[in-house]
Design a protein around this ligand. Sequence first.
Ligand code: CO
Length: 191
Amino acid sequence: MEVVPFPHPALRYESKPIKAIDPDLERVVAEMFDLMYAAKGIGLAANQVALPYRLFIMNLAGDAAEKTEELVFINPRFLRRKGTAEAEEGCLSFPGLYGQVKRSAKVTIEAFNLKGECFEYALDELAGRAVQHEADHLDGVLFIDRMVDEDRRAKAGIVADYEAQFRRWQADGRYPSDDEIRRQLKALEPQ
Ligand code: CO
């Protein structure tokens, strides 16, 4: 498992609901936390590790020692949204890229945890922003899509560089073709 870089097709894939919480899924989540901490992130979506699952993880402390801060969101959905707020975001699939993004100021999100329990949180500030960013990943939506116009224009060159790099890696055989990756994702959908 690795964090795949933009424009890996997994990042544009519409993930499918998880149907069973089992030891395989627990292992996936544990590995995702390891990768997230190694990359110094605070959130990571299954799409970012090329798994088409509606699942993301968060630890706003960004610290593996802070286990009580670890949150797992399985099949999340937003129940309410309120207001708008703009702030800077980054994403582990775009190392080094940051930009201003408008989000809802406050959201209420419902999801299942790894015990299969349904929970609900009303979140704002960093937590509210992070869950909106991560939930977008599950729909194949990226923070560059939501960046304010000025930043999107200013960062277009960097995004083009990521694209060119990924195409070189595909040419070198480090990644399969987009079509082949999409076939693999389809086969990995929860059954
Ligand atoms: Co992201």
